[in-house]
Design a protein around this ligand. Sequence first.
Ligand SMILES: Cc1cc2nc3c(=O)[nH]c(=O)nc-3n(C[C@H](O)[C@H](O)[C@H](O)COP(=O)(O)O)c2cc1C
Length: 323
Amino acid sequence: MKLLKFIACLLMITAGAFGLKAQHSNVKTVDPTEFKALLKADPKGVILDVRRPDEYKEGHMPGALNINWLDPDAFKTEARKLDKGKTIYLYCRSGRRSAEAAGWLASEGYKVVDLRGGWLAWDRCCAIKESGSCSPAGQQAAGSVQTAARAAVIDNIMTRRSIRKYSDKAVPRDVLDTILNCGINAPNGRNQQAYEVKVVCDPESAALLAAEVDGLYKAPVYLFIANRTDYDMSAIDVGLLSENVCLSAWAYGLGTVNLGSPVRSMKEKPELLKKLGFSEGYDLCLAIALGYPEETPAAKPRDAGKVQFIKIAELLPRCSTTR
Ligand SMILES: Cc1cc2nc3c(=O)[nH]c(=O)nc-3n(C[C@H](O)[C@H](O)[C@H](O)COP(=O)(O)O)c2cc1C
């Protein structure tokens, strides 16, 4: 039951975040029933699945091409080969990635129909059924609960971006409390919780800090996190706390950015730093800005070569006991 609630919550949040995105005039965002009707009336349309290849393999619309939006360079190269005379029918898992891809395709001059709610909504509502309209029975036909939960978690991680432009909209206190609770539930060394978090969310204080501290983007909420300096792993605890904050915020359609520059700036202003009120033995380590995004940055590329599979046994001289 808890898992079902979690998934329902994640799906609602994802839909909410998606609603925040700006709409381009060349992009039409439609529900599954309309998507299906438009596709039927446009046999020359190109169906484009922008999910990762492993997601595509698990199930996709018949005839859909697969170009992974999360691999931006390859996406742009492959997508530019598509015929601009044909309408592109886009979908991803939940609608977030396809909304980003739709904006980019439209800016390149493509006419795009974007599936609201993505593959999850399609699978729940229409699948490849001939009746073509959404029904409660159809909704119950969603894939397994665990598969949806796993996909939602991975999607949340893979679509998160650092956000540096925020709207003035206040963050509801109950949402902020949940995010902070996620933060302190991150793993930490020996469960010592060797950190302190100071939250600034009143508009007057936030504006004052944005004006005084270099590199602090204007945001409705700031977190300042200090680590206890007598514990050598405490900065890692801060990083893990921060990641839980960033990911749970993203699941609510909220953006964040981790900030090192303002920490340096605040250390040059001891009077201001003192106002944060950290306990003796704690040192300001990281700041986080948080709020509703007013930008949709593209993914920054990652170097997969940083991860290497190694076999230590092959590199070591054989131990005498194993002969
Ligand atoms: C420890 C740390 C310090 C950072 N400091 C800053 C900063 O001072 N200013 C800034 O704009 N971004 C800062 N960032 C954000 C990174 O630039 C960003 O995470 C990175 O470019 C990858 O982009 P992404 O988060 O959108 O995937 C920081 C991130 C980390 C983890």
